[in-house]
Design a protein around this ligand. Structure first.
Ligand code: GLN
Length: 232
């Protein structure tokens, strides 16, 4: 008889409010594409996950400091991050768009941002993108730790616009958030699961093997459909 080794538990950091990737549902249970995916992969590959919703930059820092094993948070695979992270096979694609309040007809493009304030989330590609064009378009930047506060700042009128991931903004708008997307995706990237560079290769291997298997069985597509076709 083969002996069954105890299943290893990995601590995975994630964002707090980033639907459809991760969010607390009506029963205060953490769900979303990332959560369902990493749980299904863990089951498939015989390991356990302890998911900690600490915010995007919190999760990034926790992995870099070795306090957590990996981050799954709609995380963009960028050349810059590849310097400090190893990433899984991408499981989705994303890009940064600008959104304004639904009733704001004055801000139609980046050219209308001069002298105004925009909202972004700490440490994200949206924040990076805003910083990269800030000089050219002459706006100020307000930074928040989660996307719901970013959107709130636009809805209350403190900021005229925000920069965030297109699938996340689209989902929020579908769910009734009174925002409107005004630009085509910029800074498009694949999205992957990240571990600290040179560490946790074993976890990355399991993640990739599980992802490949879930794609074969159709479970991966089922998870995507569940969240991307979600009705209000
Ligand atoms: N995709 C963006 C990034 O990686 C945003 C991620 C997030 O806010 N959770 O920077």
């Amino acid at each position: 008889l083969k002996s069954h080794a105890a299943e290893k538990t990995y601590t995975i950091g994630t964002d707090v409010t980033f639907p459809p990737f991760e969010y607390a549902n009506d029963n205060n249970k953490y769900v979303g594409i990332d959560i369902d995916l990493v749980k299904a992969i863990a089951k498939d590959q015989h390991f356990k996950v302890n998911i900690k919703a600490v915010g995007f930059s919190g999760a990034v820092q926790a992995v870099q400091s070795g306090q957590m094993d990996g981050v799954i948070a709609g995380m963009s695979v960028t050349p810059e991050r590849k310097g400090t992270f190893d990433f899984s096979t991408p499981y989705y694609n994303s890009g940064v768009v600008m959104a304004t309040s639904q009733n704001n007809n004055k801000i139609k493009s980046l050219n209308d941002l001069r002298g105004k304030t925009v909202a972004v989330k700490t440490g994200t590609t949206g924040a990076q993108y805003a910083q990269s064009i800030q000089k050219k378009y002459g706006f100020k930047i307000s930074t928040f730790d989660d996307s719901s506060n970013v959107y709130e700042d636009v809805l209350t009128g403190n900021s005229v616009a925000c920069f965030d991931d297109e699938p996340v903004l689209k989902y929020a708008i579908n769910q009734g958030t009174q925002l409107s997307i005004k630009t085509k995706p910029a800074a498009g990237t694949p999205v992957g699961f990240g571990v600290k560079k040179g560490q946790n290769g074993e976890l990355l291997k399991k993640f990739n093997a599980g992802l490949t298997h879930l794609k074969k069985t159709g479970q991966y597509q089922k998870i995507l459909n569940k969240y991307l076709n979600a009705k209000k």
